[in-house]
Design a protein around this ligand. Sequence first.
Ligand SMILES: Nc1ncnc2c1ncn2[C@@H]1O[C@H](COP(=O)(O)OP(=O)(O)OP(=O)(O)O)[C@@H](O)[C@H]1O
Ligand SMILES: [Mg+2]
Length: 508
Amino acid sequence: MTTDKIPLLEMREITKRFPGILANDHINFSVYAGEIHSLLGENGAGKSTLMNILYGLVAPDSGKVFVRGKEVRIHSPLDAIDKGIGMVHQHFMLVDRLSVVENVVIGTKPPGYPAFRKEAAVKRISQLIEEYGFDIDALMPVHLLSVGQQQRVEIIKALYRGADLLILDEPTAVLTPPEVVDLFRLLRNLRQAGHGIIFISHKLNETLENSDQITVIRQGKVVNTVLPQNIDRAGLASLMVGRDVLFDLPHPPYSGKQHAVLNIQNLKVLDDRKIEAVKDISIEVCNGEVFGIAGVDGNGQSELVEALTGLRQGTGGKIMLGGVEITGKSPGEILAQGVAHIPEDRQVRGLVMGFRVDENLILHDYGRPPFTRRGLLQHKEIYRWARQRAQDFDIRPPEPRLQARQLSGGNQQKVVLARELTKNPRLIIAVPPTRGLDVGATEYVHRALLDARANGAAVLLVSTELEEVLSLSDTVAVMYEGRIVGTMQRDEIDITRIGLLMGGGHVD
Ligand SMILES: Nc1ncnc2c1ncn2[C@@H]1O[C@H](COP(=O)(O)OP(=O)(O)OP(=O)(O)O)[C@@H](O)[C@H]1O
Ligand SMILES: [Mg+2]
């Protein structure tokens, strides 16, 4: 990273204002060939906006972009691709039924006679796969690939179009731990070959371990660019948030089992393919207890939670809430029983993206006083209430009239939390409750869950982040292939044993 070299990318004095917010404030940012440069910042700091400007999805108000020292104008993703800039989106844009090769060549015109094109494309793509170690079958239909492999198809797409600068906006949020390892191996190969990589993540450890440089953004401004060897996790967190962050909250001892709030008996649930995803699970979660379920994604956790929240019918067993059977009840009926659900995919299940923040906050309660009186919606009251929630949960900007889709990812998650936790639930079902949240917001959510526990709520926490499960739970259960394969109390937690169980190993 010698500074006398011309950077692959230079963004100079980039400024972008959205109504009521300065998302990018005179940002200067450079990336060199052969480096992994991380962008770090709180939810809403302006990272995605900067990347969307670079990829031609958002027009800046002012500022300039240079590629290899030459000023460029990027008005669309096509312009960006033409300048060698590729972006891997968090929501993949792949056609399920088509093969890897077909997905990669879609929208491009390989040279030569049509009859030879497919052959040429297969050859070129196989070369890329081989050269960088993508470890994927070029002829496989993409719906048969894992999430990690589909993400690799998106990367191949960008490389095939000639990208030498790659933007990855929170690529690891959707990956399992082994897939994360594979991704970084791949990114190092790309770096070795001279590509520049812009990497965004809220996970400070992986950022520290895999970056050549880290640029921290706070409230639209660059705070600093640092070398990972000169800083640690706590230092990064305080640069981002502007205060110290607690990674491990005090965890007062569990008062001991009192009464079961949630009691699951011999539950069996099928997945979409009619295969038994939950196989005879029995669990008890008591008041004042955080019951954590650890496990690699795809071992039946989603189906379990869907059955508990009424989104999916079980094929056997019983679910009891406070001693009353709720098996087979509708989601509305279950939520009305004092169950809070912080879902896996906030954009699908948690929020209505086209609704305003205040509407999302009263989604399940709008028909009741004080929000409705004599059949009329009380707009003033709703606004006042929403504004208070926005303040309590630090939703930024605290403007309840914005649409949910206008908030940054982390702030959308805070809206879900604000709605679900303020109803004083007796049972909280939290499925990776901190996905996409920054360190400060994560601390906040963890605090909120522990507070709810202290107030007597039962918390069922399902997370693939082992660190999160371990730091919050009173009881940890490991789920593997639809079964609970091990359960331990907080004082008997053994990380090696949990790791083994998560991978399907047997432990005596
Ligand atoms: N289309 C839009 N209209 C209005 N405001 C927007 C729009 N897109 C982004 N913003 C605002 O710009 C600010 C920066 O958002 P951005 O998505 O860039 O944050 P981020 O750093 O990527 O956050 P996160 O870590 O949560 O993804 C936020 O306050 C957001 O609400
Ligand atoms: Mg973002």
